[in-house]
Design a protein around this ligand. Structure first.
Ligand code: NAD
Ligand code: IPM
Ligand code: MN
Length: 357
């Protein structure tokens, strides 16, 4: 039996509500598949923890997490704690601290009725956005000068190292080559005369080693337009940390909303654990009501199973997501249904086991 140790950080708002359903899926899988077992350790970190202890996580949090096979995170951030503290001291700290420099965010239309785009079908919206996840605009470098004086100036510096830029772009080329898809780089070299000129240069340089990969390079503004007007242009996409954050929310909008969008934070070298999480946040507007859509979090479980090289289960989970959407009777309000988070989760495992036990 293969044993996997999963660290749970349910976090804030709807985080715990959706993580519970994802864990349910893993527990059902281990029930019917005797070759695998999961153990779960829950960490109580997040905004409530901060209000009690003055910190988002323990000081040695990374030390505590480092031997897990994966981290499964719900969402972080809640009114009452400044967002730049809650997010930088937990989510971004883990991504950076564990060198999870590859953020895999599929933008895939799972059912034709989920897209608000007229005349777009599944074949038109099927891409993988590979977001740089360790530096760039999120490096946290900057300065606050002359605070509260008339000459006050703030600097927020993007940090694009050759190593960091090359490795994410190379990863994307490898993915495009392996899956025989086109690769599109999204940048902004016309205005950002250091970072994005460098990015474009490296995209071209590394590309010389991949003559078999068809490439495109778009400015982020035009790319945002094409995400909506012609998403069929994109197959594999590589972009910087901030641009990746923004275009993947556009990706969510064209594929059914944040309740369906997932992201895997990967350390490809497996030197540190990788982290799996829905793209959405803590959704304070619906937290505690039991109506959050758990599908994004369940899709994260599918990504985790792929990462554990249990691709058959990963695929089975994704297929079941498509099925429950098609069935249409157990969907949460964001998808026009009236099921609760838990009802959707319960029906999900029923459907999963129907086909896979
Ligand atoms: P959000 O993703 O929490 O919510 C945006 C909108 O989408 C809301 O209307 C919400 O109800 C809806 N939504 C999100 N997830 C949903 C789901 N699973 N089912 C149904 N509806 C869903 O974004 P926000 O409101 O900008 O941010 C709220 C907090 O979350 C902030 O503190 C923010 O910093 C944080 N945040 C955290 C993460 C993360 O932990 N990865 C991601 C984004 C935002
Ligand atoms: C995401 C989130 C985070 C990000 C925030 C909460 C720091 O929006 O995972 O998309 O910008 O990466
Ligand atoms: Mn985001």
């Amino acid at each position: 039996t293969k044993q996997y140790r999963v660290a749970l950080i349910p976090g804030d708002g709807i985080g715990p509500e959706v993580v519970a359903e994802g864990v349910k899926v893993l527990k059902e899988i281990e029930k019917v598949d005797s070759t695998v077992s999961f153990s779960f350790t829950e960490f109580p970190w997040g905004c409530e923890y901060y209000l009690e202890n003055g910190k988002m996580m323990d000081d040695n949090a990374l030390e505590q997490l480092k031997d897990y096979d994966a981290i499964y995170l719900g969402a972080v951030g809640y009114p009452g704690v400044p967002d730049h503290i809650s997010l930088r001291d937990l989510l971004i700290k883990i991504r950076k601290g564990f060198d999870q420099y590859v953020n895999l965010r599929p933008v895939t239309l799972l059912h034709p009725e989920l897209t608000p785009l007229k005349s777009k079908a599944e074949k038109d919206i099927d891409m993988l956005v590979i977001r740089e996840n360790s530096e760039g605009e999120y490096a946290g470098a900057g300065e606050w000068l002359f605070k509260d004086k008339p000459e006050e100036v703030v600097l927020q510096t993007g940090v694009f190292s050759r190593k960091g830029t090359e490795r994410i772009i190379r990863h994307a080329y490898e993915e495009a080559r392996k899956t025989n898809r086109t690769l599109t780089s999204i940048s902004k070299g016309n205005a950002l005369n250091y970072s994005m000129v460098f990015w474009d240069q490296i995209f071209e340089e590394v590309g010389k080693e991949y003559p078999d990969v068809q490439t495109y390079s778009y400015l982020v503004d035009a790319a945002s337009l094409y995400f909506v007007s012609q998403p069929e242009r994109f197959e594999v996409v590589v972009t910087s940390n901030l641009f990746g954050d923004i275009v993947t929310d556009i990706g969510a909008a064209i594929t059914g909303g944040l309740g369906l969008a997932t992201g895997a934070n990967i350390n490809p070298e497996k030197k540190y654990p990788s982290m799996f999480e829905p793209v959405h946040g803590s959704a304070p507007d619906i937290a505690g009501k039991g109506v959050a859509n758990p599908i994004a979090a369940i899709w994260s479980v599918s990504q985790m199973l792929d990462f554990f090289e249990m691709e058959e289960w990963g695929e089975a989970v994704l297929t079941t997501i498509k099925k429950i959407i098609k069935e249409g009777t157990y969907l949460t309000p964001d998808l026009g249904g009236n099921a609760s988070t838990e009802e959707l989760g319960n029906r999900f495992v029923e459907l999963l086991l129907l086909e896979n036990s």
